[in-house]
Ligand binder design. Structure first.
Ligand code: FAD
Ligand code: NAP
Length: 543
């Protein structure tokens, strides 16, 4: 009898759990959010689809996956002990090292006891009477929470285009963003890679070294800069650690939240000799800092052309077959799509086992039992890798049935593109926060400082409410409209808003074309967030 009663209670407990805050996602955002709220004594639980922490670095295990922000900066700064004790072996960390770090953080701060893995949140519905969020998991659990924090990631909802015949393929298929945990061995196989974005550019050299034959199906060529990764010099690390806070403070003054030199010269006002020298020096140093060669590269098409032509020349110098070099050469704005960073990408096309197939004018017609057809030819394949990216910034949020006041669906509210106040909150959805949501600097910055800034803003806001007996906070429509207008205004100043990238949702059929991240820079954004708080949560209604 006692056992039966106990099990009924357990079932009841399982069915409706009550919490102050539900966090969705256990990447770097959800992990820090949990730590911070727990330290403040707030009852919190994280729900995560995957079986472990790390988000991006848990899912993107494809060979060659690597950070393009230096390890010493792509890390948390909220705990000085943590940043002092952790040793990064390489300048740009491979996925496995970042995942080790995420696991270390989870252990060090005992996070796992409040993370429910293998659990997807399927809906979050606001009850106007009780002012609570009713949240449901994919296994039927219900949670009532006063606050819901979406730490669902900007690049976590994979995009698999609807290729005809996909289900008939007899070989193995993979998506870079959902790579298996076990080793994938392409030894002796004919492999096709669809896509030439960052994920493809990192993994293609690795696949080429394994596969018998590699076919790269390219729709749009991309610009990429050699990473020039290296092991970190312990002496250099010592110097950084002696003044880590200095490095972090400098980074916060930079638009990208990343301590890179800010260019002072304009490409078009620099002699062609000096300009070339500057491009050469940035190319030799490697990495995304290439775009920091000159201040006008992302604002003036003629300036941009000088950088683009420099890269095209590098491609022609590296790739032996002029026809292939030509096919690999982008002719759009450099930096408009996310600049890629690679290790041995262009060189890979000199290998005899690598073929570049242009699908720009002849889209992949169909996938067949044994491969795929484009331009009337069937390519026989043992495996296909989809390096086709993500439904960025809004995908993971809109995969959840989120409903605010009067049953308004977030999907409907955002049908013309995401609308938020500061990328943190959206009108008609009280007590719902988004970490690095659309309308915040997010993907245009080093994500770790952007995540920390959001987590701290949200936790301070929740504490302010709890200590002042405030039940609800909600962005006003006017504040949201003004912010959206500002986000669009600054986007229009940059060449970045001019191309068909995932920044504008162009990679997803039917998605509204809106430049989603805030391009005004990290310092300006932080200043605005702080001003909002100083003015007693200006732009929000509280009650
Ligand atoms: P994520 O790490 O994406 O975590 C979100 C988590 O939420 C995921 O684990 C997901 O499973 C979970 N989730 C989503 N929906 C649900 C749901 N409904 N229910 C339960 N769980 C859910 N940024 C940089 O700054 N520098 C880089 O070099 C860089 N490299 C990158 C390389 C790759 C391959 C990719 C894909 C992204 C890269 N990024 C980089 C961006 C990267 O996403 C961020 O740096 C950061 O890891 C994001 O952390 P997050 O916690 O916000 O989101
Ligand atoms: P992506 O940049 O969106 O690239 C997807 C690729 O797939 C593009 O080349 C695209 O071609 C192609 N594609 C999509 N649909 C296709 C179709 N139907 N037929 C043929 N080709 C198709 O995705 P990603 O490479 O995964 O990168 C996404 C983002 O994740 C990056 O921009 C970056 O922010 C992050 N990331 C960072 C790193 C890093 O260096 N640290 C590594 C990986 C990812 P089109 O261009 O023609 O659309």
């Amino acid at each position: 009898m006692r056992d039966t009663q106990q099990s009924i209670n357990e079932t009841a407990d399982k069915q409706v759990r009550t919490l102050e805050v539900v966090i969705v996602g256990a990447g770097f955002a959800g992990m820090y959010m949990l730590h911070r709220l727990r330290e403040l004594g707030v009852s919190t639980r994280v729900y995560e689809t995957g079986s472990g922490v790390g988000g991006t670095w848990y899912w993107n295990r494809y060979p060659g996956a690597r950070c393009d922000v230096e390890s010493m900066q792509y890390s948390y700064q909220f705990s000085d002990e943590l940043q002092q004790e952790w040793e990064w072996p390489e300048k740009y960390s491979p996925q496995a090292d970042i995942l080790d770090y995420a696991n270390h953080v989870a252990d060090r701060f005992d996070l796992r006891r409040d993370i429910q893995f293998n659990t997807r949140i399927v809906s979050a519905i606001f009850n106007e009477k009780t002012k609570k969020w009713n949240i449901k998991t994919d296994d039927g659990e219900q949670i009532l929470a006063n606050f819901c924090v979406m730490a669902t990631g900007c690049l976590s909802s994979t995009n698999l285009p609807k290729f005809k015949g996909l289900h008939v393929f007899k070989g193995k298929t993979y998506h870079t963003g959902q790579w298996p945990h076990e080793t994938v061995d392409f030894d002796g196989m004919k492999v096709g890679v669809i896509g030439t974005g960052s994920s493809a550019i990192q993994s293609i050299p690795m696949f080429a070294s394994q596969a018998d034959q590699l076919y790269v199906f390219q729709r749009t060529p991309n610009y990429t800069i050699p990473a020039r990764n290296a092991f970190l010099d312990p002496e250099e690390v010592k110097v950084i650690k002696a003044d880590y806070s200095g490095l972090r403070a400098r980074a916060k003054t930079k638009p990208s939240g990343y301590d890179l030199p800010i260019p002072t010269r304009a490409a078009l006002e620099t002699s062609s000799e000096d300009r070339l020298q500057e491009f050469e020096s940035k190319w030799e140093n490697g990495g995304v800092a290439f775009m920091a060669s000159f201040k006008d590269l992302l604002f003036d098409k003629d300036a941009n052309d000088t950088a683009a032509e420099f890269i095209r020349k590098k491609i022609r110098e590296t790739v032996k077959d002029p026809k292939i070099a030509n096919l690999l050469s982008p002719n759009n704005v450099i930096g408009c799509k996310r600049l890629c960073v690679d290790t041995g990408y262009w060189e890979t096309f000199n290998r005899s086992n690598v073929s570049l197939i242009d699908v720009s004018n002849h889209p992949i017609e169909t996938i067949t039992e044994n491969g795929l057809i484009t331009d009337g030819r069937e390519y026989l394949l043992d495996a296909i890798v989809f390096a086709t990216g993500f439904d960025a910034m809004t995908g993971a949020l809109l995969n959840i049935d989120i409903r605010g006041r009067s049953g308004l669906k977030l999907k409907d509210k955002w049908s013309g593109g995401p609308k938020t106040y500061l990328g943190l909150s959206t009108a008609d959805f009280p007590n719902l926060f988004t970490i690095t949501g659309p309308g915040s600097p997010s993907v245009l910055t080093n994500m770790l400082p952007s995540i920390e800034q959001h987590v701290e803003w949200i936790s301070d806001c929740i504490m302010h409410m709890l200590t002042n007996g405030i039940k609800c906070i909600e962005a006003t429509q006017d504040a949201e409209d003004d912010w959206v207008e500002h986000v669009n205004e600054v986007a229009d100043l940059s060449l970045r808003s001019t191309c068909s990238s995932w920044y504008v949702g162009a990679n997803i059929e039917g998605k509204a074309r809106v430049f989603m991240p805030y391009i005004g820079g990290f310092p300006r954004y932080v200043e605005k967030c702080e001003k909002v708080v100083a003015n007693n949560y200006e732009g929000f209604v509280t009650n």
